[in-house]
Design a protein around this ligand. Sequence first.
Ligand code: NAD
Length: 433
Amino acid sequence: MRIAVVGTGYVGLVVGACFAETGNEVICVDRDANKVRKLNRGGIPIYEPGLEELVRRNRHERRLMFTTNLPDSVRRSQVVFIAVGTPTGEDGSADLKYVLGVAREIGRAMSGYTVVVDKSTVPAGTSELVSAVIRRETKHPFSVVSNPEFLKQGAAVEDFLKPDRVVIGANDERAANIMRDLYRPFTRTGAPIMVMDCASAELCKYAANAMLATRISFMNEIANVCELFGADADKVRQAIGADRRIGTAFLFPGIGYGGSCFPKDVQAIIKFSADRKYRFRVLEGVQAVNAAQKVRLLGKLDKALGKNLRGKTIAVWGLAFKPRTDDMREAPSVPLIQGLLERGAKVRAYDPEARNVAKGIFKKKISYARSAYDAVRDADALLVVTEWNEFREPDFKRVKRLMKTPVIFDGRNLYDPKQVRALGFKYSSMGRP
Ligand code: NAD
């Protein structure tokens, strides 16, 4: 099939490359000319495991192309995906200006029956808005489909190639069948393709993200309560996770969720529910808990080192909002580092992939180490912020030798408290005695 994907970000690039991998001819469109130039030269604008090879192979086979020319791409395609951002607007709602702007351009360009697929995360009812916008621009027949994306950054290619399920919101069989054909190669292991009405499909994505965010905030509160009683949140986590009704995923206490999706999607549900006079109390709580949790480590630091960190150097391991990505959108590292700077500390940070992204945020206000060990040199304390694999089993003796004082604040519970304390570290983590 000939496909266009508009928006070549974390989602669009993966979607485009994976559809090319199954033999489709895909053209990825982005208005960011630098991004397109880089992709056309064989570069890759983001870090995502497995993506570079996938893009290289499919470019080489001429099944994957990149352009800034939306009209041409739409004219030659049977299916056009909209995968542009839906950031939080000023009032907290999902801002649809990019989605509707692209819909208008698609409407103007289309030259025959086209399936327009909304891949971006959008509130219930958006497919109708997209339809109305396109209808104003064209006389050609078209179908609007909602196809929310459940991939997670850090494992995006794997998730797209082997989805747990595919959700398709379609109001007509013709479009539903085209979508089934497109996704069949990814669901051969039996993952269901769930076809439903557009509003339900649109809500699926928000409900999934809100549920995951709720589990995180819930477990963080359990960890905070554990601290009040000298209980061990890890033990509690394992015991409740063994219950099959609960399961083990997304129950790790830490320093809160970040990224481009959970914060904005939780905020968007609260807002679109409120617009219909419904107050989503659970999610209000989830959001408040997360905001507090993101800076909880600073409270621990204040208790241990005092609020004035002038003359102190604090090492930070991990900047990305989670491992295996370079994305720092809404990352807990950002308010944490800001808090450290406000307290007068010198910050030396290390992240395996997010160094350049961090430079765009903090400029010269912090220094950027070349390795985890380089970061802790002469540091008064170490903050573990992102659970990259390479931080899981460091050479603690070397870390201790390099640090000025052996103090670790572990925001991800990576280490065994007994073991690190036995090595002479002062150690504190989340919800563990
Ligand atoms: P992104 O910011 O990485 O990418 C969006 C891209 O769209 C950018 O490259 C931007 O230049 C481009 N763009 C914006 N307006 C355009 C226009 N008019 N014409 C052409 N290109 C345009 O965003 P993302 O993380 O890929 O997210 C996209 C959507 O997918 C969002 O709605 C998001 O909520 C959803 N989503 C994201 C993830 C994730 O893990 N990042 C997962 C599932 C769903």
